[in-house]
Unconditional design. Sequence first.
Length: 219
Amino acid sequence: MPSLLTLDEVRTLFHEFGHALDALMNENSYHSTFIPWDFVELPSQILEHWATEPEVLKLYAKHYETGEVIPDELIGKIGISRFFNQGFDNTELLAASLLDMAYHTLEAPVNIEVQEFEKNYLKEIGLIPEIEPRYRTTYFLHIIGGYDAGYYCYTWAAVLDNDAFEAFREHGIFDKATADSYRKNILAKNGIMDASAQYLNFRGRDPELEPLLRNRGLN
Ligand SMILES: [Zn+2]
């Protein structure tokens, strides 16, 4: 029976399996501990990188009737398509993140008309009219009871997963030593250690922005 998953669904499969690996490899013996939001998404988002690596695609992306392995030409197109619309997508996310911060850095109670506040703020940061923030204030539920002043964590999680995957690029995406270090320092210690210290132990330095910009074609 063919599964015929779309590329998006395959990425979701890898993403959720990353959460599963995190749970399986964790050494935490308590039922529930706090893990920062951005770090919760590191194990899942990093696994998405493997989904579209040519070496990995050739292991699973086969024609459902003939068994033919995905052709290089198609792999090339998948590689290029990841840059599509990235300027718009990232600006939408960052505009929403900044809007979140604008509300949460008001220093005294104010009586404002939110649509007016939003309009003025977006003008102030120079958002062009062709781009809207990912969420408008009136339905931006993340910022009122959940991610308050933390909507940026999605983007910060992406900085982490792109920089962490870079370690595998440097040593090979199937390098055992890098994978062992990732398991030992990141997956095993989530919720037990300070997340920044975990990252430092794995990467030997703080996360850098460049891999994210490069992978999204924004550098
Ligand atoms: Zn997730």
